[in-house]
Design a protein. Structure first.
Length: 469
């Protein structure tokens, strides 16, 4: 049964990996990783908020310049392995049946399917975090481990906790959650856990100066992530699990169901496995929220909370086991409905292109077929450049990148000499909430052509307009 679930997890991710257009963030990963190791570190230190290990991984193994499908398949492999790891963790603490339910949930969790194909560090970070949770679970549930095997697993746990923060800085919250668990419920292992965490911290010290230099980047310091922070936080449980990137009523409904599901499934987990590590799979999300509030960054992007998706999957397995033990047939029936809905949603995210990221090949084709040599391209916001400026014909055109609010007014002054202006709007409200640039264009220009490359996720829709004076 596990083999079938893992095969399904791989298949649904593979379909998306081979069909979806590359995302702007993925293009950044590949272009930065194509530089030398020293250049990668300097680029990240100057412009980004992430540690270097993922980019170095792409560089060292030649994935940065390989065909795009190859690094994506590597990401799919990490994501599929994480499903199997979750099964192993839950099996150690509850039962094989509960572990199968957990694995099935993770296999078709929409947020995991959506991000497990991205050429980004999220899926690799989650893999090493789950590997650390598994190593710690082995140590705490297996009484007859030999001294040699026990040293091996503590070494493996220490290594995973050291790798994590080199992939994503939030890796420290994964480590903190596990150490807090040990200090709270498994104090006999406290000395070894603290020793391993301290060793991981020492291995991370060379990255500390870069981290301190990067602290001004990320969260609310990105202009496009400002506005509506409290609403985003309320929607976060749904975004990180069942309805990633969706907005409006669907997102609100998904968030409400996610909140209810988290509360009930966590209660069931505490009923049948109160001293297990499973409830603590949600702790990294809580710690990250506390940090983001304390640092005034409000990091609420769903991709940084994917461990919560694994936690919800594990807790769903506990719901099944609790209902089975207590003969709660209505609960089992409700769980079957949830699993069916999850399977449908996950399949849609995997195979329906309407649930994919932005259609940049389509945008590029429209610009190439409809533009004239002297046309101006205005990219609002500027992330579009990573998808479009690789084309030499498009790159020869004059263009304006709108990254921040002041750029809107500057753009208006710069575009006045041009008779034909193309506006490429991709997540524009983050930098231009009232769409002032569009209003200016409509006032002084005539809209000659408009095309919307629409996706189910509004953030991945792209609107292209040609304005002629």
């Amino acid at each position: 049964m596990l083999g079938a679930i893992v095969a399904a997890a791989f298949a649904v991710r593979l379909v998306e990996a081979l069909r979806r257009a590359i995302h702007t963030d993925e293009r950044i990963s590949l272009e930065w990783a194509a530089n030398s190791g020293d250049q990668i570190i300097e680029i990240l230190r100057a412009y980004d908020a992430h540690p270097p290990l993922f980019f170095l991984f792409l560089h060292v193994f030649g994935l940065a310049q390989a065909p795009e499908w190859l690094p994506r398949i590597v990401m799919v492999a990490f994501g599929t392995a994480s499903v199997a790891l979750l099964f192993a963790v839950v099996r150690l603490w509850v039962t094989p049946q509960a572990a199968l339910v957990a694995a099935l949930c993770a296999a078709f969790m929409p947020s995991l399917i959506f991000y497990d194909t991205w050429i980004r560090m999220y899926v690799v970070s989650d893999f090493f975090a789950l590997l650390a949770f598994f190593a710690l679970s082995v140590l705490l549930t297996t009484d007859d481990l030999s001294a040699r095997r026990r040293r091996f697993w503590w070494g493996a746990w220490t290594l995973c906790t050291a790798v994590g923060p080199y992939l994503l800085y939030i890796g420290w919250f994964f480590t903190a959650a596990q150490v807090l668990y040990v200090l709270t419920l498994r104090r006999h292992a406290a000395v070894r856990a603290l020793t391993g965490a301290s060793a991981a911290a020492l291995m991370w010290l060379p990255q500390l100066p870069t981290f301190l230099r990067q602290t001004h980047v990320g969260g609310l310091n990105f202009a496009s992530y400002q506005h509506h922070e409290l609403r985003a936080l309320a929607l976060l449980p749904g975004q990180a699990t069942f309805v990633p990137e969706l907005e409006g009523y669907v997102a609100a409904l998904g968030a409400m169901l996610a909140w209810l599901g988290i509360i009930f499934s966590l209660w069931c987990t505490l009923k049948i496995a109160p001293r297990s590590i499973l409830p603590w799979l949600g702790a990294p999300a809580v710690l990250l929220l506390l940090y983001s509030a304390a640092s005034n960054k409000w990091i609420y992007l769903d991709r940084y909370y994917l461990m919560l998706a694994y936690g919800v999957a594990a807790w769903a397995g506990c719901v099944f086991q609790w209902a089975l033990n207590a003969n709660k047939r209505p609960v089992l029936g409700a769980l079957a409905v949830v699993l069916t809905t999850l399977l449908v949603l996950g399949t849609l995210y995997g195979v329906d292109s309407a649930f994919y990221t932005a259609d940049w090949p389509g945008v590029q084709s429209l610009l190439l077929s409809g533009s004239q040599p002297r046309d101006l391209f205005v990219l609002e916001q500027g992330m579009s450049r990573w998808a479009l400026m690789r084309n030499p014909t498009i790159k020869r055109h004059p263009y304006i990148l709108v990254w921040f609010r002041p750029d809107v007014e500057n753009s208006w002054r710069l575009l006045k000499p041009y008779r034909r202006v193309w506006l490429v709007a991709y997540q524009p409200r983050g930098v231009d909430p009232q769409l002032d640039l569009l209003s200016h264009l409509q006032h002084d220009y005539h809209l000659s052509l408009f095309h919307e490359f629409q996706k189910v996720m509004p953030a991945e829709s792209v609107s292209v307009g040609l304005f002629v004076r």
